[in-house]
Ligand binder design. Structure first.
Ligand code: NAD
Ligand code: WQD
Length: 339
């Protein structure tokens, strides 16, 4: 298939591009580089051994989006583009709602005008809110989230579901990611957060490389085995494979809209993750216990059974793989793509 990958220069998009090419798809990237670096493209071309056409513009620009679809033909769209920092979304909510919703409106309008039927959308476990029973299942309702960022995902899911029901020739796959982590085993592409990392793994990696003094563990008095929060950390390579599988499924399903959890199905605590990283690095890493972070849930993990069965997909990477691959990427690229 000829696949338009929005946000293909970003963390998850870039890893998915590599697997799409390996699976025989033609990839075209559209990215504004709002949260990524053009340098990733050369790395992707080296990894895939192919030229990757890139369109550098903001998808909230409907005219440019329309022009792209008028100039080129696509069989499918994978829509990763979006702003994703939970804390920042509370500071600049309007920018989050505009970016994360308008980009979808532009893309779906252009798809409908040009007869493109298949869409994969990046959603998040954040749509399960604070009250869903563990493990989180796709049929849980109502969807709620505690941040403006998360609410853009809830809203996008509703918009896409309505659009698919109104036009049952569409095939929309909504993928709810749990906690994406890790890097390509080559160490040439990985997660490159701007400024102080918000997420656990990039923070630990920067402690290990000496860019941060120590990890602050946000609370050790949660009702979990070691008192620290538990999350479903999914290797980005497994996650990328889930997108290739979803695309294959969408090409044959009769369902206009399908929702799949992409997770491992088990929780790992903050301290267990830190200790796995210490094993990968071969030394102890400094940390201290700090107060809880507002908004954190004690435990979150997926029931991945629906994706396992319907996508013929399952995770194969371990937490140790995550840490080894993250460390390879971090040590080869201490300041990310800036080198
Ligand atoms: P990322 O920031 O690395 O990648 C997103 C890419 O989209 C960036 O390259 C950015 O420049 C681009 N972009 C943003 N707005 C754009 C716009 N309006 N037009 C064109 N390009 C635009 O993020 P990621 O971690 O790769 O996440 C990809 C998707 O997955 C996002 O939608 C995110 O919300 C979702 N998601 C991420 C996580 C996670 O923890 N990383 C978890 C769940 C869901
Ligand atoms: C993981 C655990 C922290 C940093 C977020 C978004 C979610 C999704 C994935 C997009 C928590 C603890 C962290 C640190 C710590 N993104 N931690 N010290 O919050 O589960 O999920 O990313 O959709 O929507 O909310 O991930 O990596 O921030 O935190 O102790 O310096 O690590 O308290 O328990 P989270 P995270």
């Amino acid at each position: 298939m000829r696949v338009l990958v929005s946000g293909g220069a970003g963390y998850i998009g870039s890893h998915t591009v590599v697997q799409l090419v390996a699976a025989g798809h033609d990839v075209v990237i559209v990215d504004s580089f709002a949260n990524s670096k053009p340098a990733v493209i050369g790395r992707l071309e080296a990894l895939t051994g192919t030229h990757l056409p890139v369109h550098a513009f903001d998808l909230t620009d409907r005219d440019k989006t329309e022009r792209l679809f008028a100039d080129e033909s696509f069989d499918a769209v994978i829509h990763f583009a979006g702003l994703k920092a939970v804390g920042e979304s509370a500071q600049i909510p309007l920018e989050y709602y505009e970016n994360n919703l308008d980009s979808t409106f532009s893309l779906v309008r252009a798809m409908r005008r040009h007869g493109v039927k298949l869409l994969v959308f990046s959603s998040s476990a954040t749509v399960y809110g604070d009250h869903a029973p563990l493990p989180f299942r796709e049929d849980y309702a109502p969807l709620v989230s505690t941040s403006p960022y998360g609410r853009t995902k809830v809203m996008n899911e509703h918009v896409l579901t309505d659009v698919a029901h109104a036009d049952p020739t569409l095939r929309i796959g909504i993928l709810r990611y749990f906690n994406p982590v890790g890097a390509h085993p080559s160490g040439t592409i990985g997660e490159d957060p701007q400024g102080i990392p918000n997420n656990l793994l990039p923070f630990i990696a920067q402690v290990a490389i000496g860019r941060r003094d120590k990890l602050v563990v946000f609370g050790d008095d949660y009702p979990t085995e070691d008192g620290t929060c538990e999350r479903d950390y999914i290797h980005v390579e497994d996650l990328a494979a889930g997108h290739v599988a979803a695309l294959t499924k969408l090409a044959s399903t009769e369902e206009p809209v399908s929702v799949w959890n992409l997770g491992v199905g088990q929780g790992t605590s903050v301290l267990a993750m830190l200790h796995a990283f210490e094993r990968a690095v071969g030394r102890e890493l400094p940390y201290e216990i700090g107060p809880r972070r507002a908004g954190d849930q004690a435990r979150s993990w997926a029931d991945p059974a629906k994706a396992n069965a319907e996508l013929n997909w399952r995770t194969v990477k371990t937490i140790d793989d995550v840490c080894v691959d993250t460390w390879r990427w971090q040590s080869a690229n201490p300041t990310g793509y800036e080198d």
